[in-house]
Write a protein that binds this ligand. Structure first.
Ligand code: DMJ
Length: 454
């Protein structure tokens, strides 16, 4: 080949490669746009049916097309939980209706015992993030009123919160709780302190987190249940599943949101034990199971829908290698029956608990991994999961949980977190990054984005 032609050929090849890359990229962008539009439409289907059949109640029952209240009277669980998703997806009229309902009719002056953990992550978290997105002071006033009414939960001899509190009288009940319930409060209570200038919320919730951590075993693990009056563990089963999961999540996230070095140090003292005693290598795959917190003896090799939040947390804390491996296992669990079960035996791959409650955790992790790696594989996973989710869970009046992922029999249940979390994470996975700047927020465990202002 003559000398002059060589650079021309290279230039041409480079141009073709560039153009092909450009085409592939714009095709991917187009795919993502279409998926984003589908997610938005399906979210609206779920929300509109809530409006139609359960407006003003805590949740929609999508098969019977009725409303349901957790405590016999409504605390607007679905509108408060869904409001920031409505805002992010730019459903302006729907968001306005939800916001007016909340600010005009929501009152916490109720003679009912409520579960502190659920009310904190769904209602307090929802009010705070929606306040930050809208600047509507009435949302912050509601959050502060709620925070005041929840404070008596911490009046135990240990500072660990009771499970229930009466919103009007401040009386508390139920002293056996778990690390998720004692340790998943500081993002919300701390944010409330920062926004109101009243440190009491931060101090009480932080003490509860520290008191949980202090009671870890010499191995560095925490257990499944603890008595808030004696501080003694009543069940020493250790895992990352429901009942413990978000305790670990908040250790790391409170460091990131508030720059609280104690939280960073508690995380640093905890995560090696989790990886040492709970991680399981099974046939070349990474899973997390159960062990006794005192002896480290392995007890069960089960992993489930709730555990699937862990890749997100690993990725957020910088451990991308474990995050990717565990996400691959979570997806294998999902793909086994085309929808993930609540609990799986990861050695035998047999379903141990077959229900599916429309949980968000696996989608949350897919979103985090896509954010950190840019690997399109995660969007493909998300697309497959979204297709399955629509195929098996859509009803003519919203989305229904499944009683069994093998038979796909539906349940009359659509929890508020479906709108707060599941749809939000699907949406963010396919949305352009500027929709919500990942590094400017920390999501509470109910997917409410809290601004990183401090
Ligand atoms: C949500 O309420 C929260 O994500 C909580 O941390 C765990 N359970 C549900 C969703 O599965």
């Amino acid at each position: 080949m003559p000398d002059r032609i060589v650079p021309t050929v290279f230039l041409l090849a480079a141009f073709v490669a560039f153009a092909m890359h450009g085409c592939a990229k714009s095709r991917q962008d187009e795919d993502a746009r279409q998926l984003l539009a589908r997610v938005r439409t399906e979210f609206l289907h779920a929300w509109s049916n809530y409006e139609r059949y359960a407006w003003g109640q805590d949740a929609l029952r999508p098969l019977s097309k009725t409303g349901h209240d957790w405590y016999g009277q409504s605390l607007f669980m679905t509108p408060v939980d869904a409001l920031d998703t409505l805002i992010l997806m730019r459903f302006d009229a729907e968001a306005e209706r939800a916001r007016s309902l909340i600010v005009s009719d929501l009152s916490f002056d109720r003679d009912i015992y409520v579960k502190n953990f659920e009310i904190t992550i769904r209602l307090l978290g929802g009010l705070l993030s929606s306040y930050q997105l809208t600047g509507d002071q009435r949302l912050l006033s509601l959050a502060e009123d709620l925070g005041n009414r929840l404070l008596p939960v911490f009046n135990s001899p240990t500072g660990l919160p009771y499970v229930y509190v009466n919103l009007r009288t401040g009386q508390t009940r139920d002293s056996v709780t778990n690390p998720a319930e004692t340790g998943t409060l500081l993002l919300e209570f701390g944010t409330l302190s920062k926004l109101t200038g009243r440190p009491v919320f931060y101090e009480k919730a932080k003490r509860a987190l520290v008191e949980t951590f202090r009671r870890r075993s010499p191995l560095g693990l925490v257990g499944q249940s603890i008595n808030v009056e004696t501080g003694a563990w009543t069940n020493t089963d250790s895992h990352i599943s429901g009942g413990i999961d978000s305790y670990y999540e908040y250790l790391w996230k409170c460091w990131v949101l508030f720059g609280d070095k104690d939280c960073r140090d508690m995380w640093a003292a905890s995560i090696p034990a989790v990886n040492k005693y709970l991680a399981d290598e099974i046939g070349g795959e990474l899973w997390y199971g159960h062990a006794d917190m005192q002896t480290g003896k392995r007890t069960k090799k089960t992993y489930g829908a709730l555990d699937a939040f862990f890749p997100a947390l690993l990725a957020l804390s910088g451990d991308l290698e474990r995050a990717r491996r565990l996400q691959a296992s979570s997806f294998k669990m999902w793909d086994l029956h085309g929808i993930e079960p609540e609990m799986l035996d990861c050695k035998t791959m047999r379903v141990v608990a077959g229900s599916y409650h429309l949980r968000p955790e696996i989608i949350e992790s897919t979103y985090y991994l896509y954010h950190y790696t840019g690997d399109r594989e995660y969007r493909r996973m998300g697309e497959k999961m979204f297709d399955d989710f629509v195929k098996y869970c859509r009803t003519d009046a919203g989305y229904a949980a499944l009683a069994d992922v093998i038979s796909k029999q539906q349940l009359d249940e659509m929890q508020s977190f479906v709108l707060a979390e599941t749809f939000k994470y699907f949406y963010l996975l396919f949305a352009p990054p500027e929709t919500l700047k990942f590094d400017k927020v920390i999501f509470n465990t109910e997917a409410h984005p809290l601004s990183r202002m401090w």
